[in-house]
Design a protein around this ligand. Structure first.
Ligand SMILES: Cc1cc2nc3c(=O)[nH]c(=O)nc-3n(C[C@H](O)[C@H](O)[C@H](O)COP(=O)(O)O)c2cc1C
Length: 226
C-alpha cells in the first residue's frame, strides 16, 4: 500500500481536496496515547471541520477525554469498517488485545489505524466547554496521511448500514447512562432500548446473516437486553 503524507495548510483547502464539508459531523475513530508511553488507545468520536479548527467533543467520563486533555494530541482516523466502530466503542475493550490494528508512522506522534483511509494528527488547543459534562476540544490539524490505493468499491445501499451505526451509538449511551445512574439519564434508557429493538427488526429483515446481524445480536447480549 502506498501512503502519502503531508502538512496541513488550511481547513478550506483540505476539505476541498477530500470533498468533505465544513460543519458536517463525520464519525471517525480517534486514536490517542494511554498514559503509558507507546500504548495507543482509540474510540469512535464525531468530528466537525469548523472555519479555523477541528472540533472533537468527548464526554469527560471517557478515556479519550482524559488522554487528549493530558497529552494534548490525537489522530482522527477516517475508517469505513463499522465492525471497528463497534469493537472500539466498547467500554470494556481490552486495548492490549487490539494493538494489531495500529501502526506507527514517522512524523506522527500518535499511532494511526492500519486500515484508515485518511488520518489527521491534531494538537489539542483548548476545551471551550470547561463546565460541561462533554468537552469541546478545539484542535489544530498538523499533518495528514492517506492511502493512495484506496478506491471505494461499489456498495449497494442497504438500510442495515444506518441502523447498525445508530445501534452502536445508542449502545454506548445505554452503558454510559447506566454507569452515571442519574434519574434523568435512567429515564432515557427505555426509549433507547425501543429504538434498538426497532433497528434489530430492520437489520434482521434487510441483511440477515451479515456482520451487521452479528453486531446487533452482540449488542443485545452485552447489554443483557431481550
Ligand atoms: C459513531 C460513534 C460516534 C461517537 N461519538 C462520540 C463523541 O463524539 N463523543 C463521545 O464522548 N463519545 C462518542 N461515542 C461513544 C464513545 O466511542 C464510547 O463511549 C467509548 O466507549 C468511549 O471510549 P473511551 O473511554 O475508550 O474513550 C461515539 C460512538 C460511536 C459508535
Amino acid at each position: 500500500m502506498s501512503w502519502i503524507k503531508s502538512s496541513f495548510l488550511s481547513i478550506d483547502s483540505f476539505v476541498d481536496k477530500f470533498k468533505l464539508q465544513k460543519y458536517a459531523i463525520y464519525e471517525t475513530i480517534v486514536s490517542t496515547f494511554n498514559n503509558k508511553p507507546d500504548f495507543p488507545h482509540a474510540a469512535p468520536m464525531g468530528i466537525i471541520f469548523k472555519d479555523d479548527y477541528i472540533s472533537i467533543k468527548p464526554y469527560k467520563t471517557s478515556r479519550t477525554y482524559k488522554y487528549m486533555d493530558k497529552n494534548r494530541c490525537a489522530v482522527i482516523n477516517f475508517i469505513d469498517d463499522l465492525k471497528l466502530f463497534y469493537i472500539f466503542s466498547q467500554e470494556d475493550k481490552d486495548m492490549s488485545k487490539l494493538m494489531d490494528y495500529f501502526k506507527v508512522v514517522s512524523e506522527f506522534t500518535t499511532p494511526i489505524f492500519k486500515n484508515s483511509n485518511l488520518s489527521i494528527e491534531v494538537k489539542v488547543l483548548e476545551d471551550v466547554r470547561k463546565d460541561d459534562i462533554r468537552a469541546e476540544f478545539k484542535c489544530e490539524p498538523l499533518n495528514y496521511i492517506y492511502n493512495m490505493d484506496y478506491q471505494k468499491e461499489f456498495e449497494p445501499i442497504n438500510r442495515a448500514t444506518g441502523c447498525v451505526l445508530e445501534s452502536i451509538i445508542h449502545s454506548t449511551r445505554i452503558s454510559l447512562y447506566r454507569r452515571l445512574n442519574t434519574p434523568e439519564l435512567i429515564s432515557k434508557i427505555d426509549g433507547l432500548i425501543s429504538l434498538l429493538k426497532h433497528y434489530r427488526r430492520i437489520i434482521k429483515k434487510v441483511y440477515p446473516n451479515s456482520v451487521y446481524s452479528w453486531i446487533i445480536d452482540d449488542i443485545f447480549n452485552r447489554l443483557k437486553l431481550e
